[in-house]
Design a protein around this ligand. Sequence first.
Ligand code: HEC
Ligand code: HEC
Length: 500
Amino acid sequence: MGRAGTLPCRLEAFSGFNFVIIPMSSPNSALPPSLPTGGTPRAGSVKRLLGWTVAVIAAGCAAFVAYAAMYSERMPLAIGTIVENVTGANPQPVVLHTPPQQQPLSAVAALGKQIFNDPSLSASGKQSCASCHSPDHAYGPPNDLSVQIGGPHMDQAGYRPPPSLAYLYRQAPFSIGPDANDTDAAPVTLDQLANAASTTTRAVKTAGTAPAAPAMVPQGGLFWDGRASTLQDQAIGPMLNPVEMANATPADVVQKLTKTKYLDQFKQLFGDRIVNQPDLLVDEAMFAVGRYQFEDPSFHQFTSKYDYWLQGKVRLKQAELHGLRLFNDPDKANCAGCHLSKPTADHLPPLFTDTQYEALGVPRNRDLPINKDPKFYDMGVCGPFRTDAASLTQYCGMFLTPTLRNVATRHAFFHNGVYHDLQHVMDFYNMRNTNPEKIYPLDAAGKPQKYDDMPAKYHANIDVADAPFDRKLGDKPAMTDDEIKDIIAFMNTLTDSYKP
Ligand code: HEC
Ligand code: HEC
């Protein structure tokens, strides 16, 4: 059976080929009518003829398969799927519009690169941006700690795992619902936005189906809770964060900047007087860090195996291909419902996030020092690290959907770093609802403490609508063990620097 078996019969639909079309099932019926069939005297020549016919078909099929494999983009979709099944080649390659590879960097970005890598700007003298956002680890953490260590004496634990800094170049500012960039519109507060959004019902996120109306949900922004809007705004955060680079005040940052060997470059770019204008010095320094992340091609390489596959340059292995299909299957894994996997209509490569916020209810990470306090809950959008949306309790527990590009290089997953390998992440997606006893700790009575990292009053915010979270207690999980293996194999194709 299998789709490959139907291949010869489909040839007739094909105008570009001059094959003799003979259904495989009954060779005789396709003999030209003038040829006598049966009759013993000429049985030998009929046999020979049949032999030739079979040989022609075989050669034709072989030529077709070779052609289809080489020029899969010229095949109609049905044949394309067959080619994809057999060869792993993308039947519909696309041209991807990737950001300009600006080389060399602008002078400001080159300055930003030095700041990014300079540990002398931290209170400890030992930590730079690159310590937690390692260029060798897709600008994510270089180790498998749930949270990184920082502070003046490098002994303070952080609260969340550092996200990858790659692929942020298209991140819009935080908003609730679209169009926060409308500059002419009257200024709107988060409360007003949330109010407007409250009248719309939440659209279910289904892989492969574009939502009919724009999503009236929190989206965009930087950090797990979206509290910074631009890379420039963001950069001063870690400089002053007491558990990170731990400068006590912006003046401390200024002081350190004026002692760097690249101070002359500041003067060249912004004039000598910059050293006497501390606010401006910090602003320009943070602007430079943002420019570096925006300009340097290493932050948005698009050199994963999947990118090459999208462009028709490499083939996926069967497991990877199967994993991709499950990833995109709205009834199975449905990962692409939130981690978008297809190029946009205008050929921008997929970033594996819809940049929206969701409450998934991941288990509490009991290893985090901050979680030793049983009353402490990290509620994402509604606080405590973000303060302007505290009253919007409908968003409590929501975190930014992270990109899955380079996800296989990470060793701490989710906003609290509770998992350290993709198998556990997959088990969570697969069994959170069907077998919560395998995901959450059990209470004294042996009952799973479901959603133990959120106060009960916010449990209603948790996503139970989108597959695979639409399964119920005791249902069959959405994915089998083999399917999970294949989805992980697919996620491994999202790592940059693949050599085709
Ligand atoms: C001690 C580790 C540490 C250091 C040092 C550090 N960061 Fe981070 N970074 C983090 C953590 C943790 C987060 C997530 C924090 C959150 O969501 O509240 C983060 C988030 C970010 C984000 C947002 C990413 C996203 O996907 O939303 C950017 C951008 C960023 N950091 C840039 C920088 C820059 C620039 C520097 C240097 C000035 C820096 N970081 C220094 C740990 C660090
Ligand atoms: C309804 C939207 C949604 C769906 C569907 C979804 N995810 Fe996620 N994913 C998220 C959000 C939101 C987070 C962050 C949640 C948090 O940290 O609390 C996340 C986090 C992750 C992470 C952790 C990444 C990191 O850097 O920490 C991985 C891996 C992941 N998802 C893979 C998948 C896979 C595989 C599937 C399909 C089985 C899937 N996701 C389905 C929204 C979704």
